[in-house]
Design a protein around this ligand. Structure first.
Ligand SMILES: NC(=O)c1ccc[n+]([C@@H]2O[C@H](COP(=O)([O-])OP(=O)(O)OC[C@H]3O[C@@H](n4cnc5c(N)ncnc54)[C@H](O)[C@@H]3O)[C@@H](O)[C@H]2O)c1
Ligand SMILES: [Zn+2]
Ligand SMILES: [Zn+2]
Length: 439
């Protein structure tokens, strides 16, 4: 497990836990590397409101397979693929009873991986304190589904609470289109097809990805973006502005492009401050700082993924390369989401320590380059992609979405998953230092 052992120090690899009454031991398939982990690592001490004790295991965005049930636990079987709902509340307070354990009134709802007394998923096994935090994944593979539990859920919740504003001709602006922002774009798409989605980022590569994820406009962060959004909206501004960065310049921009009666939603933990006075943000524009999402919302996100309505660029790293993933995230070089895959039974061929990346035949024959077709796992429980697996023939017949490289899956990869696999929802890709492009 990857533990944070000192403030402002890189995390270190340490040893494993055991399950007790009511608990479930989960074999971790994927643990997403979230930018919040970087904020925690870079903090000089426990962040405000966090009951943080060192050492603890990082990784609050997890999915895996049930390994062992503690005494008294029913409803799951070993090897069941499960999503781990991250904010672990008390289960008894009013908010928890309404399904909003992210706003537990008794304990912080921090969950594992955030230092609230529980270890996270950057480990081979994750101890989950109660079975209610597990959601069956059905046809989804935990290694690909893990980012849904935070990047997906947080984006979904942030959009859904404003869905009533997203009527005909409405505009939503997403500032910062990394892991969370790319999901948020798709959540606007999923919850309101009538809304124009504008992506804003400092990185042209991210903007290109944002377009692939459904953004109508992609703008470089700055004054020109403000002018363009104002022009697009008849000088009114956007109904919903999501700031996935949360630093002074982005908050300032958010206030400039929000409209009267709109929502300005601060998701990013950048530590900036939003100046508020009578005329800014605009009149009756509500400001909110949502934290994560509810358990029922995570079930909705999982359904969207099962229906292939959302996708994400993923880069896989073995546990021993987790620090590299964080370094790349810090440097802005993760195009979508970095996912740590701790179990050695499965190692995607395209991971950074993998035995070489596989190109599909067409690309190889055309003189190299990476395959631009993602064909996904196929129905017999094996997976397609790359010449070794034999299923990707480069004509993309099975593909309904393209990644930059086919991540060749081994047969082992999908053995624990139900037989009824179908082409995947999530684009697997390796995009280190490269801009996404269409095939
Ligand atoms: N509120 C919550 O519950 C919650 C949950 C998860 C993450 N977060 C926070 O959300 C933020 C995003 O997390 P992530 O994992 O998606 O990070 P990420 O690093 O994947 O994405 C951040 C994006 O912001 C862009 N960016 C940086 N400066 C910018 C600027 N000035 N203008 C426009 N874009 C800019 C980067 O280029 C990058 O694409 C982090 O602060 C994280 O801590 C909040
Ligand atoms: Zn997070
Ligand atoms: Zn509670």
């Amino acid at each position: 497990m990857l533990q944070l052992v000192g403030w402002q120090q890189p995390p270190e690899l340490r040893e494993v836990p055991e399950p007790g009454p009511g608990q479930v031991l989960v074999k971790v398939g994927g643990a997403g590397a979230c930018h919040s982990d970087l904020h925690i690592m870079e903090a000089p001490g426990p962040p405000p409101g966090f009951a943080t004790q060192l050492p603890f295991t990082l990784g609050h965005e997890n999915a895996g397979w049930v390994e062992r049930l503690g005494p008294g636990v029913t409803g799951f079987e070993p090897k069941d693929p499960v999503m781990v709902y991250g904010p672990w509340g008390c289960g008894i307070c009013a908010n928890c009873r309404e399904g909003r354990e992210n706003y537990c009134q008794k304990i912080s709802g921090q969950g594992g991986g955030l230092g609230g007394g529980y270890d996270g998923g950057m480990a081979e096994y994750l101890l989950v304190p109660a079975a209610r935090f597990l959601i069956p994944l059905g046809i989804l593979d935990p290694r690909q589904a893990a980012p849904l539990s935070d990047a997906g859920l947080t984006g979904y919740h942030a959009v859904k609470r404003s869905a009533h504003l997203l009527g005909a001709g409405s505009t939503a602006v997403v500032i910062g289109v990394g892991g969370l922002g790319q999901m948020a774009i798709q959540m606007v798409r999923a919850l309101s097809a009538a809304t124009t989605v504008v992506a804003v980022d400092t990185d042209p590569g991210k903007l290109e990805t944002a377009k692939r994820m459904g953004a109508d406009e992609a703008l470089l962060s700055g004054e020109e973006a403000v002018t363009r959004i104002k022009d697009m909206t008849g000088q009114q501004g956007a109904q919903l502005v999501l700031d996935m960065v949360g630093i002074d310049p982005t908050l300032r921009m958010a206030a400039q492009v929000a409209r009267m009666l709109g929502h300005l939603t601060i998701v990013g933990l950048g530590g900036g401050a939003l100046p508020v006075n009578f005329s800014s943000p605009p009149h009756e524009c509500s400001v909110a700082s949502p934290y994560w999402g509810s358990l029922p919302e995570l079930m909705e996100v999982i359904t969207l993924a099962q229906q292939q309505k959302i996708k994400m660029l993923l880069e896989y790293f073995p546990l021993e390369h987790a620090n590299e993933a964080y370094q790349l995230l810090h440097d802005g070089k993760i195009q979508g989401r970095a996912v740590i895959t701790p179990t050695n039974e499965y190692r995607p061929q395209g991971d950074r320590a993998g035995a070489g990346r596989r190109n599909c035949r067409r690309k190889r024959h055309e003189g190299g380059g990476r395959c631009d077709r993602w064909t996904g796992p196929v129905a017999d429980g094996t997976a397609s992609g790359g010449p070794g697996s034999g299923a990707c023939d480069g004509d993309g017949r099975q593909a309904d979405e393209c990644g930059l490289s086919v991540l060749a899956m081994t047969e082992n990869a999908f053995r624990p998953v139900a037989a009824a696999l179908r082409p995947y929802l999530i684009v697997a890709a390796d995009v280190r230092g490269r801009s996404p492009r269409r095939g």
